[in-house]
Ligand binder design. Structure first.
Ligand code: COA
Length: 266
């Protein structure tokens, strides 16, 4: 994999990526492994995790697989402990597990709203909490993947917007509390990203072309571009960065919720 960074930026480090079986999480895990990190892949579907682990190993990297739902705290804590024990340390945790769908707020069930809050916001807290003792041993970094919906009022996205805004606030609060423990806590907010389940759910069919035309940079991000921004944040180049959410959206948030308004006929 080509990279703008020097090789083996993460040699000697160990990372755990939730949602590591697909999409942005898988891309981050592969880029970390390419840079010499040992990578623990955590997610609900073992077949997806196995496929990413096989790809990393085929390229000469080291990966372990931890089938776990981030909503299940005891299981998550066990997986975190297993990964740290197997690698002898844990330096980096990436929260990429997420759930989303389009739904008008007026017809969204309470359970539907809660399902997304549980996966995105509670799942992120669970992973941070379970990682703390491991990261505090030698210092470390937590990166959570949020979304532009956290800041941009967006129809059909009340559940995801609330969850991602919560993650951005959690990021700032944990950065404040855990800085003295040597732990940086940061986030990345992508706009539309090519080849992810999220985008096929949020911009199905023709709406993808309409959205691409309106993105200031004129295209979706690649998964590799999002992974590169996460690599920057976990690298020594970002050693003084904590509490921030880095927008990596090609300018999408500058145009507001336009494409979603189109979907609602507004
Ligand atoms: N529109 C409205 N409500 C929906 C919905 C949709 N498209 N999809 C699910 N829900 C509701 C369900 O109806 C249910 O509520 P109810 O019990 O009142 O009927 C609630 O959400 C939970 O659904 P369920 O399928 O039981 O939850 P789950 O825990 O199995 O799955 C989801 C969680 C809903 C987020 C599911 O879409 C998921 O697992 N997504 C992961 C992958 C993903 O979203 N990737 C993109 C990330 S950006």
């Amino acid at each position: 994999m080509d990279s703008v960074f020097a090789p083996n930026l993460l040699a000697g480090k160990a990372a755990l990526v939730t949602g590591g079986g697909s999409g942005i999480g898988a891309g981050i895990a592969k880029l970390f492994a390419h840079h010499g990190a040992k990578v623990a892949l955590l997610g609900r579907t073992v077949q997806k995790l196995d496929a990413v682990a096989a790809e990393i190993k085929a390229a000469g990297g080291i990966a372990s697989v931890h089938p776990t739902d981030v909503r299940d705290y005891p299981a998550l804590e066990k997986s975190m402990n297993d990964a740290a024990a197997a690698f002898g340390r844990l330096d980096i945790v990436v929260n990429s597990a997420a759930g989303n769908f389009l739904s008008p707020a007026a017809s969204l069930s309470a359970n539907g709203f809660r399902a997304v809050i549980d996966i995105d916001l509670c799942g992120t807290f669970n992973a941070c909490r379970a990682a703390f003792t491991h990261l505090a041993k030698q210092g470390g970094v937590i990166v959570s993947i949020t979304a532009t919906q956290a800041d941009v009022p967006t129809p059909l996205q009340v559940h995801a917007g609330a969850a991602k805004a919560g993650i951005a606030k959690l990021t700032r609060d944990l950065a404040l509390e855990w800085g003295r423990s040597g732990i940086r806590v940061v986030a990345v907010a992508p706009g539309p990203v090519e080849g992810t389940e999220g985008m096929s759910r949020l911009a199905p069919g023709n709406s993808a072309d309409a959205l691409k035309k309106r993105v200031p940079l004129g295209r979706y991000a690649t998964i590799e571009e999002i992974a590169a921004s996460v690599l920057f944040l976990v690298s020594p180049a970002a050693a003084y960065v904590t509490g921030s959410t880095l927008l990596v959206d090609g300018g999408t948030s500058l145009i507001g919720a336009g494409p979603f308004l189109d979907m609602m006929g507004l």
